[in-house]
Design a protein around this ligand. Structure first.
Ligand SMILES: Nc1ncnc2c1ncn2[C@@H]1O[C@H](COP(=O)(O)OP(=O)(O)OP(=O)(O)O)[C@@H](O)[C@H]1O
Ligand SMILES: [Mg+2]
Length: 460
């Protein structure tokens, strides 16, 4: 990651350098073209002026104009020779300059006039006829103010390019360092933490969680690690609970069978029936564990909700369970209220309510159980209130834990854990209020999931 970032930034620097070079080259070339263009303009101007100094009618050169022209040419740093058709020298810069005073020559900075390289020759025309040649070359001079300015301009241009490159490159390098620190460090931390997690260190957590993306990623990692740790603890607890619950009935069965084999107790019907009772208990335990794991697994496999007429549905469940209550002389009632439709998972809801009703029956000696229903916004509730023994606050804290059971209980302490798991899978919650000696009321709140189409039909 870090090296990739650096590579990217070095690429940026290289591109900046390249564009600088291209840009610089172009500017310098444009400037050279400008200079060349200016020189060409001067030569054309010179040609026109020299041609004009020829009097065609009289067939001779006006030497005064020619001298002036060559004088100006010398000031433009051009060494010229004017020749006629036959190649005879008419006038030259050196002649003109030599006629000037020394002071003037110094002012023009052309003392000891000397040209650079060979002459370029241009034909001279007047009224369509050739009248001679103009030979031109540059004058070697000490640098003039203009030339110094031009050189300074070029130098400044070069400095500007170097400076702009230094700023762009330095900026990119600075950003590369900052980014690699700010971006790659947390990524590295996350990688290290994930590897630690994969190695089985479930207690690893990351600091520096915040509202930015990296902070949120760290927070997500932490909650994932926490969920894993909790799941791991639950799994260990479940395994040890199951082992513990299995050990007792198995030990009893083993002792009974050995006693029968040794002839200590008779292998009669009574002995076999007590063995079967232990086996039944084991089967129930396995069924309970199966229900619990299924409820937990259903978190990832939700069924679509079905249309349920709630009170009718409750009456069906109550009808099936009525004998359990009447056998103990207990009442089982549904408090009056309006019927309504909910969209829920009836199988899961039935399991939850059966667990609550069996508990209520088991812990109630007199009186009975009342069910209440109602709606709360987008949710509906079912309340199961008994007039039983109630629970202490310490009990209430733990009743939803797996394998927690009261001293009197003949079950495994799984019913409420299963119920809560199922309710949560359905997107609802379960709560309880209880007074010792007076009774308990469990309340299941679930989303009614009423579709919009259903609501508009119901209104019609
Ligand atoms: N309505 C109730 N009144 C009083 N105590 C209750 C009531 N419901 C639950 N309890 C207490 O909560 C404990 C846990 O209940 P839970 O249904 O999880 O397990 P269980 O009924 O003991 O066994 P299982 O349901 O696995 O057969 C019970 O053992 C009991 O002590
Ligand atoms: Mg129970």
């Amino acid at each position: 990651m870090r090296s990739k970032l650096f590579f990217a930034f070095f690429l940026v620097i290289a591109l900046a350098l390249l564009s600088n070079l291209i840009f610089g080259e172009k500017i310098m070339r444009d400037f050279a073209a400008y200079e060349k263009g200016t020189r060409e303009d001067h030569i054309y101007w010179l040609l026109a002026s020299v041609e004009n100094s020829y009097n065609y009618d009289e067939g001779r050169w006006d030497m005064k104009t020619l001298d002036n022209t060559l004088h100006w040419a010398a000031m433009l740093r051009l060494d010229c020779k004017v020749e006629d058709k036959s190649g005879r020298l008419v006038a030259s810069s050196s002649q003109v300059v030599s006629r000037l005073s020394e002071g003037m020559q110094r002012k023009m900075q052309i003392i000891g006039l000397s040209g650079i390289g060979p002459y370029e020759s241009y034909p001279l025309f007047r009224l369509g006829r050739q009248i001679g040649f103009l030979a031109v070359r540059d004058i070697a001079t000490e640098s003039t103010l203009v030339e110094r300015k031009e050189r300074a301009f070029k130098e400044r241009g070069r400095q500007f390019l170097i400076l702009s490159f230094a700023i762009a490159g330095g900026g990119a390098l600075f950003l590369a360092i900052v980014f690699s620190q700010f971006l790659s460090r947390p990524v590295r931390e996350l990688k290290d933490a994930s590897e630690a997690l994969a190695r089985g260190n479930l207690s690893v957590r990351l600091g520096g969680t915040g509202p930015d993306e990296i902070g949120r990623l760290k927070a997500a990692f932490n909650s994932m690690a926490e969920a894993l740790q909790r799941e791991d603890a639950l799994r260990k607890e479940l395994t040890s609970n199951v082992a513990h619950e299995l050990r007792t009935p198995l030990a009893i069965m083993k002792a009974n069978i050995e006693a029968m084999l040794d002839g200590v107790i008779e292998a009669d019907r009574q002995g076999l029936e007590s063995l079967r009772a232990e086996l039944d208990s084991l089967t129930r335990l396995i069924g309970g564990i199966e229900d619990l794991t299924k409820a937990e697994a259903s978190f990832f496999k939700k069924n679509p909700p079905e249309e349920v007429l709630l009170r009718e549905f409750l009456e069906g469940i109550m009808l099936g369970m009525m004998p359990l209550f009447t056998d103990r002389g207990l009442a089982l009632e549904l408090a009056p209220g309006p019927e309504f439709v909910v969209f829920t998972e009836p199988e899961k809801l039935e399991k939850v309510l059966r667990n609550l009703l069996v508990n209520a029956k088991n812990h109630t000696r007199q009186g009975g159980v009342v069910l209440r229903t109602g709606r709360e916004g987008a949710m509906f509730y079912v309340e199961i209130e008994d007039t039983g023994e109630g629970m202490t606050p310490e009990q209430l804290d733990r009743i939803f834990d797996r394998f927690f059971k009261g001293r009197e209980s003949k079950g495994f302490g799984l019913g409420l854990a299963i119920a809560r798991q199922l309710v949560e899978v359905m997107g609802g919650s379960i709560s309880v209020k209880s007074t010792p000696g007076k009774g308990s009321a469990f309340r299941v709140v679930l989303p009614a999931n009423t579709p919009k189409t259903f609501l508009s039909e119901a209104r019609r």
